[in-house]
Design a protein around this ligand. Sequence first.
Ligand code: ZN
Length: 254
Amino acid sequence: MTLIDTHSHIYLSEFDVDRLDMMERAHKADLSKILMPAIDSATHEAMLLLEEKDPDCLAMMGLHPCSVKENYKDELKIARDHFDKRTFNAVGEIGLDLYWDKTFIEQQYAAFHEQLEWALHFDIPVSIHSRNATDECIQVVSAHQKGKLKGVFHCFSGNNEQAQQIIDLGLYLGIGGVVTFKNSGLDRVMETISLENIVLETDAPYLAPVPFRGKRNEPSYLKYVVEKLSEIKGVSAGEIAVITTANAEKLFAL
Ligand SMILES: [Zn+2]
């Protein structure tokens, strides 16, 4: 069995105490690749260093919507400059966050629009953060979907209709710990969604699945997501792994 964690911030300081052990647990849990979405310039170095040390950890590049502040144009330039130095598997994570702070919402939109164009320019996928902003993100993506845009709505937790809109746009749904949460409703939505349309993720160190809900999340916990999906879809864990890994390989050209 081979699994790919398509969204994991394992370069953050939460893992400084046990990063090597955490990676060993990940490999033992059949994780073949871990994709690391960027946040902002404060953590680029840690992310790129980890990628250098472990070739199974692959960096994305982009500006997270929660890091869009007064200086967002400088931050965008720093991220964009990285693309002139090397290639990345994806632009991420980018998008809109209407949960925390709406002060910079206009700037969030501007940064999202610009970075979607980077993805089209470099012909690579996007990893989209859409917290409390699924409809808004769908709208923005629609405007840039010229038939070529590919990517994933990371940590998808919307309804059936939103899931279908994303699939119709040609993007994937990133499914993680939320599917194991009681009353998330995502289990019901997943009953109607084909496995062909999803990729797996942890969003570590956040959103740990049951039975670790509320604790630090890590890639090896992906197995709990696989188990839950296996239960919902009535297929073996092995089949979940085969399909979702193939999806991730295709989407991120791994
Ligand atoms: Zn993230």
